[in-house]
Write a protein of this length. Structure first.
Ligand SMILES: Cc1cc2nc3c(=O)[nH]c(=O)nc-3n(C[C@H](O)[C@H](O)[C@H](O)COP(=O)(O)OP(=O)(O)OC[C@H]3O[C@@H](n4cnc5c(N)ncnc54)[C@H](O)[C@@H]3O)c2cc1C
Length: 480
């Protein structure tokens, strides 16, 4: 029991952060910097060996790079150049010359960003201002005026405040592939790359999903000497777009968008794109402004308009907003030119395993004819199953089942107030419980990319700090 460690200890309030990926790390970092030393215990409960890496920055594959230039990623929104300064002082480009593209931007490997977070947290962990409790939370339940957390290994923690930062759930196997779900040739978890070592260079591979993870896997296969055919299918045929380096500064800081409905919003975005491109600028400038005004736009939409945006526009938004790093983009361009990589808009309609190969039935988007295709391997990159966050995560599942927290009606995580307080299913605040990072996306709108996650986690740290008597002002509480 964490708080039974002694008289003084018993008087120190405890903040328990469930999940020590990037979000949990920023909550701890930001809170530790605000609180007077020794005034509270900050416990980050995370099964991985290091906090800060989470799903995104644990990848050891050298082909997996950050998709935003280093100059735009930082653990602190007060110091946006911090990661870039660290990259320079740690000789990242000298060690990995490919990380720098001809226009000068640097895209380090994702594991490097994880090392940077670890370096920034190290002094706080060493001083005890923040603690990493290695383990998984199996249950969170109210007890007295606070919370009790049961860890999977039997340990118990009493906390005054709990922050839920366990963002990305396991990916789900798409329905049409369930018939082959147990086949070792189907990889439903794209973040587990153990299969790469056994790939034959001539294998015919199907990648389901055409976002950034799909691009990562094409780069991983290519780097391993894979030459066989890769078919990438997605329902609508969208694919992640590249950056617009060398395109000059955006000609505007703000734009007006029509938020009367989802289609009005789409029309106004398209109009701005047309006008911007006609004026000689790039579409990326418009999408960047949509992103910075994202929280404001989201809050202005009616619940029905939000539902339609989440349902009909999210995929299109994701592929335009999450840009592919130039290195995997170049691999994709080369493989397409060589004819060994093809993208297709098609729906999966069934699957079977025959003679050691996976048979997948595909229905092309334009045409009713179902086609039978055979592959050596099928990789699913449709992303974490955010609409099923309770399943497979007992800490969240138990809170949801007990009616202590609500689910976002649009499948965008947990019901949360915009600043990060967890809400019950009826919309009332759940005292002492907070949600940080992508799980709060339903309230924030856009909350997946690093700068937004940083600001949101800092905002939650600001709320906690105010409750604990530290520096309350969050550097930037508003999200989006
Ligand atoms: C593959 C990938 C690449 C990305 N690349 C970029 C990029 O280059 N640039 C950018 O701006 N954004 C990027 N993003 C987006 C963004 O940076 C991430 O979404 C962000 O890192 C979110 O981190 P997180 O801590 O909220 O979630 P996660 O990474 O999911 O971390 C949550 C942590 O919680 C832990 N956890 C879960 N359940 C429990 C439990 N019950 N008890 C204890 N611990 C638990 C998990 O072990 C995990 O470490 C990427 C996202 C992904 C998925």
């Amino acid at each position: 029991m964490t708080r039974a460690a002694g008289e003084d200890e018993a008087r120190r309030p405890v903040v328990a952060v469930v999940g020590g990926g990037y979000t949990g790390a920023v909550v701890a970092y930001s809170l530790a910097r605000r609180l007077p030393p020794g005034s509270a215990r900050i416990l980050v409960i995370e099964p991985r060996a290091e906090i800060g890496r989470g799903l995104a920055y644990s990848s050891l594959d050298p082909s997996h790079r950050i998709n935003v230039p280093a100059a735009r990623m930082s653990v602190s929104s007060e110091d946006p150049g911090d990661f870039f300064a660290w990259v320079k002082s740690n000789g990242v480009v000298a060690e990995d010359p490919e990380s720098q593209v001809p226009t000068g931007e640097v895209f380090p490997r994702r594991q490097v960003f994880g090392s940077y977070i670890a370096a920034r947290l190290a002094p706080f962990l060493a001083s005890g201002a923040a603690e990493h409790l290695r383990g998984a939370v199996a249950r969170v339940a109210p007890e007295g005026e606070g919370w009790r957390l049961d860890l999977a290994d039997g340990r118990e923690i009493r906390a005054d405040f709990v922050v839920l930062a366990a963002s990305h759930p396991r990916p789900a196997v798409p329905g049409p592939l369930r018939a082959v779900a147990s086949s070792p040739k189907l990889r439903a978890d794209p973040y587990d790359l153990s299969w790469l070592a056994e790939v034959d260079p001539q294998e015919r591979v199907l990648i389901v999903g055409s976002g950034l993870t799909s691009a990562d896997l094409v780069a991983s296969l290519d780097a391993r000497g894979h030459k066989g055919e890769i078919l990438v299918v997605s329902r609508r045929g969208f694919r992640s777009r590249g950056h617009a380096f060398g395109a000059g500064a955006a000609p505007f800081d703000r734009l007006e968008f029509d938020t009367a409905s989802a289609s009005a919003l789409l029309r106004s975005v398209r109009r701005h794109v047309r006008e911007t491109v006609a004026a000689g600028h790039r579409w990326q400038h418009v999408l960047d402004v949509v992103r910075t005004q994202g929280g404001e736009i989201w809050r202005a939409l009616t619940p029905e308009a939000r539902r339609r945006v989440a349902r009909h526009l999210r995929v299109a938004w994701d592929v335009h907003r999450f840009r592919i790093a130039p290195q995997p983009e170049a691999v994709i361009a080369r493989r397409e030119a060589e004819g060994s990589l093809r993208y297709e808009a098609a729906a999966l309609v069934g699957s079977a395993e025959e003679g050691g190969r996976l048979i997948v039935n595909l229905r092309p988007r334009r045409g009713a004819e179902v086609r039978r295709e055979s592959f050596d391997r099928v990789l699913v990159t449709t992303g974490p199953a955010h609409d099923r966050i309770g399943e497979g995560n007992p800490a969240l599942g138990g809170l949801i089942a007990a009616g202590l927290i609500g689910l976002d009606p649009n499948g965008l995580g947990l019901l949360t107030a915009p600043a990060g307080e967890a809400l019950r299913p009826d919309g009332a605040p759940q005292p002492g419980l907070y949600v940080a990072g992508p799980l709060a996306r339903g309230a924030a709108g856009e909350l997946m990319g690093l700068p937004e996650v940083t600001r949101h986690a800092e905002g939650v740290a600001g709320l906690l700090s105010a409750r604990l008597g530290g520096k309350a002002a969050a550097p930037a509480l508003s999200v989006g």
